[in-house]
Design a protein around this ligand. Structure first.
Ligand code: SAH
Length: 368
C-alpha cells in the first residue's frame, strides 16, 4: 500500500505540456539533413519512437479509443501524461511484487529491495556502450530513460522490459527530479531491477550524484555504470586530443547553465581563460556569446580555435569550426540545436577537419 500511495502522489504535479516545435527549416545548402523530431537520434519528448515505446503506459486509454490510434489522439493523452501512466505503473508494481513473492524474495508482505543501476549510455552511438551497460540493460524490469539516450541505444532493450520516459528539455520538465526519485524508490522497494539510463556519463552533469544520494538514504543499493561522456565521444569523432603535450596540459568541463538561483556559471571565465587548457562546455548554446566575451576579456586570444558539435557520434552529427571570436555567430547562422557541445582551445586546431588556412572559409559543417 505504501508503494501505491507513493506512486499516487506523483500524479499531483500534472503539467501543461508545450508543443512548440523548433523551426527546423534550414536554407543553408550545405545541409543534407532535415532536422525534425522524427529524424532525431534522441528520444525527444514528442518523438514517434518515444510514444511507441511507452504505449504500454496508455493501455487503458488505447482500449477506449475505437480507432486504437495512439498518435491521432496524442494531444489529449499527453496533456494528462503522468496521471494516465499511473494505472499501468501500479499494475506493473503489483506484477513485479507477485513475481518477487513467487521467487521467495518477500516475506510478510515486504520484499527485499531490488537494485538500481545508474547507467551511462554515451553520447548516442550504441557501440560506445560498455559491455556492463549492455548486460544490465538486458536484465532490467523497468528502464527510466532521458532525452539524451539515443533511439539506437533503446533498440537494445529486451522485449519484456518496460520503458518509461522521464526526460527533460530546457525550460520544460516532464517529471520533476523528486518524482523520478519516487519512481526509482517505489520500484526498487518492490524488488525490481531498475535501470536509470542517462546520456553520456551519469556523473558528468547528469544528476547521478543526487539520485544516488537519495536512494542510498532510503537503503537502496545503487550501482553506477559509467558511460562515455560527450566530451570524450565527440573529441574522438573529431580527432581532437583534449590534452596534448606542449599544447594543453589540462581539460576543464564547464556547464553553461546554472541551477535556478545558483551561481552564474560564467563566473568561472576568469580562471578558465587559460591558453594552455582545453575547455569543454556542456549545455552552453544560450550562454556562449557572453562566455566567449568574458573569456576574451580575461585574456584568451580571440583567435583561439573552437568547435561546436550538435548530436555528436550520431548519423545526424553536425560540426561548426571557428575561432572563438566568431563561434557564437557561426552557431546562430548554422542553427545548431541542443544537444550541442562546445570545445575551446588550441587542441581543436589539431583536428584534421580544422580549416588549414585563414584564407579558407573560417568554418565548415560536416555531416558524419
Ligand atoms: N551526462 C552527459 C551530459 C548531460 S548535460 C554526458 O556525460 O555527456 C547535456 C549536455 O551534454 C548537452 O546540452 C550537450 O552540451 C552535451 N551533450 C550530450 N550528448 C551530446 C551529443 N551527442 N552531442 C552534443 N552534445 C552532447
Amino acid at each position: 500500500m505504501a508503494i501505491v500511495f507513493k506512486l499516487a502522489s506523483l500524479s499531483s504535479s500534472l503539467y501543461s505540456p508545450h508543443f512548440a516545435r523548433h523551426n527546423f527549416s534550414n536554407p543553408h545548402p550545405i545541409y543534407s539533413l532535415t532536422c525534425n523530431a522524427s529524424t532525431s537520434p534522441f528520444t525527444e519528448k514528442h518523438s514517434i519512437e518515444r510514444h511507441q515505446r511507452d504505449q504500454w503506459l496508455y493501455k487503458n486509454q488505447l482500449e477506449k479509443t475505437s480507432s486504437g490510434s495512439f498518435l491521432s489522439d496524442s494531444k489529449s493523452i499527453r496533456e494528462n501524461d503522468i496521471a494516465l501512466q499511473l494505472p499501468e505503473l501500479k499494475k506493473l508494481l503489483q506484477v513485479l511484487k507477485e513475481k518477487r513473492e513467487s521467487e521467495g524474495g518477500c516475506s510478510g508482505g515486504k520484499c527485499s529491495p531490488g537494485n538500481v543501476f545508474l547507467v551511462g549510455t554515451g553520447p548516442g552511438d550504441p557501440e560506445l556502450l560498455t559491455l556492463k551497460a549492455v548486460r544490465v540493460i538486458k536484465s532490467a524490469d523497468l528502464l527510466l530513460y532521458d532525452r539524451l539516450v539515443s533511439n539506437n541505444v533503446l533498440n537494445l532493450v529486451g522485449p519484456d522490459a518496460r520503458l518509461l520516459y522521464v526526460g527533460k528539455t530546457a525550460g520544460y520538465h516532464s517529471r520533476t527530479q523528486e518524482e523520478i526519485h519516487e519512481l526509482l524508490l517505489s520500484f526498487a522497494e518492490a524488488g525490481a531491477t531498475v535501470v536509470r539510463l542517462k546520456g553520456g556519463d551519469p556523473m558528468v552533469f547528469g544528476r547521478g550524484g543526487e539520485e544516488m544520494d537519495f536512494l542510498q538514504q532510503q537503503g537502496i543499493q545503487v550501482k553506477v555504470i559509467p558511460g562515455i561522456t560527450a566530451a570524450s565521444g565527440i573529441a574522438a569523432e573529431l580527432e581532437i586530443p583534449l590534452t596534448h603535450r606542449g599544447v594543453a596540459n589540462s581539460v576543464r568541463f564547464l556547464t553553461g547553465h546554472s541551477r535556478k538561483g545558483g551561481t552564474d556559471p560564467l563566473f568561472v571565465a576568469e580562471n578558465a581563460a587559460d591558453p594552455d587548457s582545453t575547455l569543454v562546455v556542456y549545455m552552453g548554446l544560450s550562454t556562449l556569446p557572453s562566455l566567449a566575451l568574458k573569456l576574451m576579456h580575461h585574456g584568451l586570444s580571440p583567435k583561439t580555435p573552437a568547435a561546436a558539435v550538435e548530436r555528436g557520434t550520431t548519423p545526424q552529427q553536425r560540426t561548426v569550426f571557428a575561432e572563438l571570436k566568431d563561434l557564437a555567430y557561426k552557431i546562430v547562422s548554422t542553427e545548431l540545436l541542443s544537444p550541442t557541445l562546445i570545445i575551446i582551445g588550441k587542441v581543436v586546431a589539431l583536428s584534421p577537419f580544422w580549416p588549414v588556412s585563414a584564407e579558407e572559409e573560417s568554418y565548415m559543417v560536416l555531416a558524419r
